[in-house]
Design a protein around this ligand. Structure first.
Ligand code: 5AD
Ligand code: SF4
Length: 459
C-alpha cells in the first residue's frame, strides 16, 4: 500500500508529516508520489485560522470523485484540525476514513491496516508521547527539520494550538543530538530546530542556548536555524550564542503580535512592547548583522484605531526583514472565543491588514534591495524546480538567494554577487566556491529555504 501525505500549516506539521511517513514506512507502507498512485491519502492539517480549515474542507470535497473512481482508497485527516473537530469532521465529511490527533500517530499503521469500513477517530492527548524511537523519513537533501518540543504551555488567548497540540513536552537532548548526528551522517548540513516556543526548551541543565551550542558541535552541521521563539525567556545567554556561534543563523523570528500593551495584555502575551524592544535592541547591538522577522495579528478583540496605529508604527520602526501578517480569526476552544467579543468589524480588520501588508512589503523590498552590489556568502540548499539551472540557498541572515548554479552543489558555501532583489528573494551571480560541502549533488532538493520565508498574509 502506498501513502501520500499532503501537509498544511506550519513547519511543525512538515516535520510531523516526515514522522508519520517514517512510522508508516517502518510498518511496510510505501510512498506515493501522485494522487493516482496512492492507496491512502493523509491530510496533515492546520486549525490556526478559519481560512486554513476552510481550505482543507475544500480539498476534501475535491477528493470525493477520487473515492468514487477508486473504491479501496482511504482518506485520513490528521493534525490540528483533526484534534479540533474530531468526530464532527466525520459528520461533516462522511467519506473520511480515519481521524488522528497529533499524539496518535503511532496508531496510524493499525488504523489503516485494520480499517473495516467504519471511520475511526483517535484524538486523545498523550502527555508522554514524544515519538522516541520513531525515525522521520525525510526527503534527500542538505536541510532537515528537527522537532525538539511538542505542545505549548503559553495559552495566548487568541490561539487554538494549546488545545490541539496539548501541553509542552521537551524531547531529551541526547535524542535530539542523536537525530542531528543521524541527519548529518546522511549528508545534511542545515538543521532547523522546531518548537512552538522553542526557547522555553529545557532538559535538566540544558537550556535552549546550550542545546544550540551542542548542535553546533556536531560534525558536518554548517547552519542552525530555529523557530519560533517566544519573547518571554529570550535570555541574554541565548542572545550571546546567536551573536557568537558562527554556525547559528544570524536570523530570529520574534513574534510581536501587537505593539499595544492593552492588546498584549488581552492576548496574554506576558510582555510589554518596551520589553520586546529591549530584546530587539540587544540582538541588534550584539549582532549587527542580525535579521529579524515577526508575526502580527490585527483586529483582535477590542483593538482600537490607537492600538492598531502602535502596531503600524512598530513595523515601520523595527524594519523587519519580513513579517507574517494576519487578521484575527476567532477559533472555538481558544480563551478569547470563550470570554471575549470578536468585535472589530471584518472591513476594519481587512483595511488594517491591507495597510500593513503594503508597509511591510515596501520595507522588505528596501532591505533586500540594499544588498544589490554586495558579495554575500550563501549555503546552497538545492535547485529551483522551475529552472534546475538555478541554485537556491540562504545567506547567514536567512535571505533566500537564487543564482545560476555554476559549479555550486548542495551543501557548498558559495560567494554570490547580488544583482537584483524582490521583497522576498535576492538574485545574483555565482562568484566562487568558499568551501565545498561533503555532499553529493542532490537533484530532488528544491526551493528549500523559501519555506520559512517571505512576507505573507492571510484573509
Ligand atoms: N487569528 C489570527 N492569527 C493567529 N495566529 C495564531 N492564532 C491566530 C488567530 N486566531 C497567528 C499568530 C501566530 C501565528 C503562527 O499565527 O501571529 O504567531
Ligand atoms: Fe501548526 Fe498551529 Fe497550524 Fe497546528 S494550528 S498546524 S501548530 S500552524
Amino acid at each position: 500500500m502506498k501513502i501520500l501525505i499532503e501537509t498544511y500549516g506550519c513547519q511543525m506539521n512538515t516535520a510531523d508529516s516526515e514522522l508519520i511517513q517514517g512510522i508508516l514506512s517502518a510498518a511496510g507502507y510505501g510512498v506515493a508520489h501522485t494522487l493516482d498512485e496512492a492507496d491512502v491519502i493523509i491530510l496533515n492539517t492546520c486549525a490556526v485560522r478559519e481560512k486554513a480549515e476552510a481550505r482543507i474542507l475544500g480539498r476534501l470535497t475535491n477528493m470525493l470523485p477520487l473515492k468514487r473512481i477508486k473504491p479501496g482508497l482511504l482518506i485520513g485527516v490528521v493534525g490540528c484540525m483533526a484534534k479540533h473537530l474530531g468526530q464532527k469532521l466525520i459528520e461533516q465529511v462522511p467519506y473520511v476514513d480515519f481521524v488522528a490527533g497529533p499524539d496518535q500517530y503511532r496508531a496510524l499503521p493499525e488504523m489503516i491496516g485494520k480499517h473495516h469500513g467504519h471511520a475511526e477517530v483517535r484524538t486523545e492527548f498523550d502527555r508522554s508521547e514524544l515519538y522516541s524511537g520513531c525515525s522521520p523519513k525525510r526527503p534527500k537533501g542538505v536541510t532537515a527539520w528537527i522537532s525538539i518540543q511538542r505542545g505549548c504551555n503559553y495559552v495566548c488567548t487568541y490561539c487554538i494550538v494549546p488545545f490541539t497540540r496539548g501541553a509542552e513536552r521537551n524531547i531529551p537532548a541526547c535524542d535530539i543530538l542523536a537525530e542531528v548526528k543521524r541527519v548529518a551522517a546522511d549528508g545534511c548540513s542545515v538543521v532547523t530546530l522546531l518548537g512552538q516556543t522553542v526557547n522555553s526548551y529545557r532538559d535538566g541543565d540544558i537550556t535552549f542556548a546550550k542545546l544550540l551550542k551542542l548542535v553546533a558541535q556536531v560534525d558536518g552541521i554548517e547552519q542552525i536555524r530555529f523557530t519560533s521563539p517566544h519573547p518571554c525567556g529570550f535570555s541574554d545567554e541565548l542572545i550571546e550564542v546567536i551573536a557568537t556561534e558562527p554556525k547559528v543563523a544570524k536570523f530570529v523570528h520574534l513574534p510581536l503580535q501587537s505593539a499595544s500593551d492593552d492588546q498584549l495584555a488581552l492576548m496574554r502575551r506576558r510582555y510589554t512592547y518596551e520589553e520586546y524592544l529591549t530584546i530587539v535592541k540587544k540582538l541588534r547591538t550584539q549582532c549587527p548583522e542580525i535579521a529579524i522577522s515577526t508575526d502580527i495579528i490585527v483586529g483582535f478583540c477590542s483593538e482600537s484605531e490607537a492600538d492598531y496605529e502602535k502596531t503600524k508604527r512598530a513595523l515601520m520602526e523595527n524594519r523587519y526583514a519580513f513579517a507574517f501578517l494576519f487578521a484575527y480569526s476567532e477559533r472555538s476552544l481558544s480563551i478569547a472565543a470563550r470570554s471575549m467579543k470578536d468585535d472589530v468589524p471584518r472591513e476594519v480588520k481587512q483595511r488594517r491588514l491591507a495597510e500593513i501588508i503594503d508597509i511591510q512589503q515596501k520595507i522588505s523590498k528596501e532591505i533586500y534591495q540594499s544588498r544589490i552590489g554586495q558579495k554575500v556568502a550563501v549555503i546552497v540548499e538545492g535547485f529551483s524546480r522551475r529552472d534546475p539551472g538555478q541554485a537556491v540557498g540562504n545567506t547567514r541572515d536567512f535571505k533566500t538567494t537564487i543564482f545560476p548554479r555554476g559549479e555550486a552543489e548542495p551543501g557548498d558555501w558559495v560567494e554570490v554577487e547580488i544583482e537584483d532583489a524582490t521583497s522576498q528573494t535576492l538574485k545574483g551571480r555565482f562568484v566562487r566556491i568558499l568551501s565545498k560541502g561533503r555532499h553529493p549533488v542532490v537533484e530532488e532538493q528544491i526551493d528549500v529555504g523559501i519555506s520559512l520565508g517571505p512576507t505573507v498574509s492571510e484573509e
